[in-house]
Design a protein around this ligand. Sequence first.
Ligand SMILES: C[S@@+](CC[C@H](N)C(=O)[O-])C[C@H]1O[C@@H](n2cnc3c(N)ncnc32)[C@H](O)[C@@H]1O
Length: 438
Amino acid sequence: MDLHDFKDVAENYDRYLEVMYTTELNKHENFQEFYLELAKRYGQGGTVDIACGTGAVLLYLAERGIEVDGTDLSEEMCKVAGKKAKEMGLDLNIYPSDMTKFSSGRKYSLAIIARSGFMHLPTQELQIAALMNIREQLLPGGILTFNTFDPLPSIQAWQMNNTPDGYVKRLEYINCNGNREEIYNGLSYNFIKQQLYGNWKFVEYNDKGEVIDERIRPLLMRNTYRSEVFLLAQLCGFEVLDIYRGYKGDKEDLNDPDSALKYQSNLIWILRRKDEEDVIRPMSIEEIPECVKVIRDSFKTVADDLGFTEDNAPRFAAFATDEGRLKYQFLVERRPMYVLRREGKIAGYYSLAFLEEGGAELNNLAVLPEYRHMGLGRKLLEDCFSKLRMYEINKLRIGIVEENQVLRKWYEKNGFKHIGTHKFDFFPFTCGYMEKDI
Ligand SMILES: C[S@@+](CC[C@H](N)C(=O)[O-])C[C@H]1O[C@@H](n2cnc3c(N)ncnc32)[C@H](O)[C@@H]1O
């Protein structure tokens, strides 16, 4: 039984959490905005908030137009979330279920486990069962996010000397009956199982200051070391895409153990479902017609956004790419050309041209519109960097539509520097040039 299965805990959860996060160090500041950004980036194929509790993230996202379902082990927490949704005029699918088993009959492109829900899986077996199940509920390339804290020996040593009835007062607040209530924690630590176990005690007072109720609720959570998360991800068919240090956008540097010691962060993991089909491999000549379509369809969205047409920009990739051009690049120029396959078709493409003055140019990096916001562009880019290292080339150049600020920012985020512009008569836009040291 989880702490949150109790009706009184569910009904008071929002009230005591508000006090907890205004008085304690770990405030989870910015967490709702953080998940909103993730949902905008990865949630186009649907989002599910797992272990949604009383809906702190779920309702925040739904209110802002994100298509999101919610699920939680505790029926009581789901009831509270459902009631709040109704009061807000939101018609949401919120259902009780265990994350090791849930299935709503549809797939999602983003699964969120916010604010320590993952830590409520008390054994490694259950963590694996949950990850395996969540993977099945995600679309290919779907994203899962959850958080962990590195176990901190000084805190655990203190807990190991404590017992489940060695209560320490944590906070007091006004409960849903309008009464003052004190919350105490009696927590101990099993360092072999990496489990935090013990009790929460709720003591309710009337307005004369007399105790009118005392409730003891059990707690069992597991601490997971960062190195375990990498192994769990690999074992369960995920890859680690990013790790944020808290909710403000800073990323954790895993190659720097000093940073781990210094920040002792709340680690927010961004995992991507790995699929066999995600392998990037050299294009074959038979794939040229499909690649032409991928390039034309991908660049067409840019043309539409910026008002380019076949008449005013006939030499733009969306209009100028044809089989003859790709065949020439493939057979005569012998360019390295790569495809990324997903669901039996080509979802992404890029090619490289080696420059006479040294270095290489990245051409026609393209991801079909329906496969965007799943990290495929970055995957292609990373593949390109690793190929260049293999060719011992240390400079990569790219030409972009200067007016396409979103794309420019994306390349900057991936380490490119802007080096200049040029205006050609035959384009209605300015060409921008960027460069990256490999
Ligand atoms: C700390 S609360 C976080 C709730 C919510 N995500 C938030 O940010 O307020 C943890 C939640 O995990 C849920 N939970 C625990 N074990 C679970 C499981 N195996 N499957 C689904 N939910 C679970 C609990 O019921 C509880 O609502």
